[in-house]
Design a protein around this ligand. Structure first.
Ligand code: NAP
Ligand code: HSE
Length: 430
């Protein structure tokens, strides 16, 4: 990478690609001052070259419709993959790495699914594969784990990693919006994935968590083994009950070092309103890291959108433009990371929120309390909303810390009782 210009071959000129183009235009002088060179997008691969695009005026980008146009251009210094999806980006990135070309991507789905192959290929060819924008949009957590906290043993990492889910939950909580309306708004604002089920079913956060586990622990946690829960089932009445108990409902991605293994998962949780993560709202993301030396450290910022994500993509481009020595892709020297020691989800302990829909009749609470007692689940608070003899009423419990295996067994047993009239709901409390 030498000469006056850093020339980019950009694959994808959608939300993030356009955001990158805008920053390159608006901050061109500043970027040149920092690097001593200009960064330009020479060509961009798109699906539909006739589409009207909101690009900076005076930006002269040649549109391409074949990835060979990018791969066979010897003038390109970096291939920037911002297409999304799996197959086409895999073909492009693997072909670029095989040619020894530096690659920057925001594609967490691809790296979570096929990262092992791509990082091995990059190592084999001494090529860079950078991915700051793939986790938490504008928040520079990849660089922080790879470089700034490299000497720490990470005890735990807890994040709000999906802007769309956090935006939906915030709108449902603060404005009483229904789920579909809030999702539509998140899509219109450019936060959601092309397939928004990835956001609302927790898979996008899972993709990001798997990448963070690699960076924090140097272990490969297979995506298929990660417990993942989304937010599409969240009932507005649980948001209201949570609020009455002083909590907010959040989609949490967490990994903790516990009992000699990694306890990891993506789950809907109740978070205390005063907790630092309870205050992270809208499309904002946050990552709370606990290192053995640094202690608790939190990064907070916009987890999605054109300019925040473009900012992270540009950080990788500038890091590569400066890099004089071999690239640091994974933060570890191994070509293939060892498999993670996974703690069985059954052994995870936490406090819980339960909502049972029951017939309002004598003896109901005694049965529920009896099942909890037999399973070592200790009740901290309880409320019955309304009273309507012989009719359905919700009863809500907050418990002390209990083991997941006991919680599952208790709910299964309670759900068989004749007084239960709708499936029970239970969430972890952070
Ligand atoms: P997007 O708005 O849907 O844009 C995708 C772009 O790629 C479009 O320009 C599209 O062309 C082009 N494209 C897609 N498939 C193609 C193919 N097979 N061949 C050629 N061109 C193709 O997507 P995005 O929101 O910018 O997201 C891009 C990537 O960044 C994804 O991996 C996403 O997960 C990641 N990401 C997004 C955000 C965010 O806030 N949006 C944040 C972090 C990471 P046309 O324009 O012609 O349709
Ligand atoms: N769809 C993602 C989100 C984009 O909502 O967080 C950022 O990765």
């Amino acid at each position: 990478m030498s000469g006056e210009l850093i020339r980019l071959g950009l694959a994808g000129l959608g939300t993030v690609g356009t955001g990158l183009a805008k920053i390159l235009a608006s901050n061109a002088d500043w970027i040149q001052r920092r690097l001593g060179r200009q960064v330009v997008i020479k060509s961009a691969l798109v699906r539909d070259p006739t589409k009207v695009r909101d690009l900076p005026s005076r930006m002269n980008i040649a549109l391409a419709t074949s990835m060979d146009d990018l791969l066979q251009d010897p003038e390109l210094d970096i291939i920037v993959e911002l297409m999304g999806g799996l197959d086409a980006p895999y073909r492009l990135i693997s072909a670029a790495l095989a040619r020894g070309k530096a690659v920057v991507t925001a594609n967490k789905a691809l790296l979570a699914e096929r990262g092992n192959e791509l990082f091995s290929l990059a190592a084999k060819h001494g090529a860079a594969l950078y991915y700051e924008a793939s986790v938490a949009g504008g928040i520079p957590i990849v660089q922080v784990l790879k470089e700034s906290l490299a000497g720490n043993r990470i005890k735990a990492l807890t994040g709000i990693l999906n802007g769309t889910a956090n935006y939906i939950l915030t709108e449902m909580t603060d404005r009483g919006l229904d789920f579909q309306t809030a999702l539509g708004q998140a899509q219109a604002k450019g936060y959601a994935e092309a397939d928004p089920t990835l956001d609302i079913q927790g898979m996008d956060a899972a993709h990001k968590l798997v990448l963070l586990i690699r960076l924090a622990y140097g272990e490969d946690y297979p995506l298929s083994e990660l417990p993942v829960q989304g937010i599409s089932h969240v009932d507005p009445q649980d948001i209201i009950f949570a609020d009455q108990f002083g909590f907010r409902v959040k989609l949490i991605a967490q990994v903790r070092h516990s009992q000699g293994g990694l306890d990891a998962g993506v789950f809907t949780a109740l978070v205390r309103q005063e907790h630092i993560l309870g205050k992270v709202d809208g499309p904002f993301n946050a990552v709370l890291v606990e290192g053995d030396a640094v202690g608790p450290l939190m990064l907070y910022g916009q987890g999605a959108g054109d300019l925040p994500t473009g900012s992270a993509v540009l950080a990788d481009i500038m890091a590569l433009a400066r890099a004089g020595c071999s690239p640091n892709n994974t933060g570890f020297p191994e070509i293939v990371l060892p498999p993670a020691a996974i703690l069985s989800p059954d052994h995870v302990r936490s406090r819980h929120y339960f909502r049972f829909t029951v017939l309002d009749r004598p003896g109901v609470l005694a049965v529920i309390a009896g099942v909890f007692g037999q399973r070592n689940i200790s009740i901290a608070q309880m409320v019955q909303k309304g009273s309507s003899s012989g009719r359905n009423v919700p009863v809500v419990f907050i418990t002390h810390s209990a083991q997941a295996r006991d919680v599952t067994a208790a709910v299964r047993e309670i759900d068989t009782q004749s007084f239960i009239t709708a499936p029970s709901v239970h969430y972890r409390i952070l």
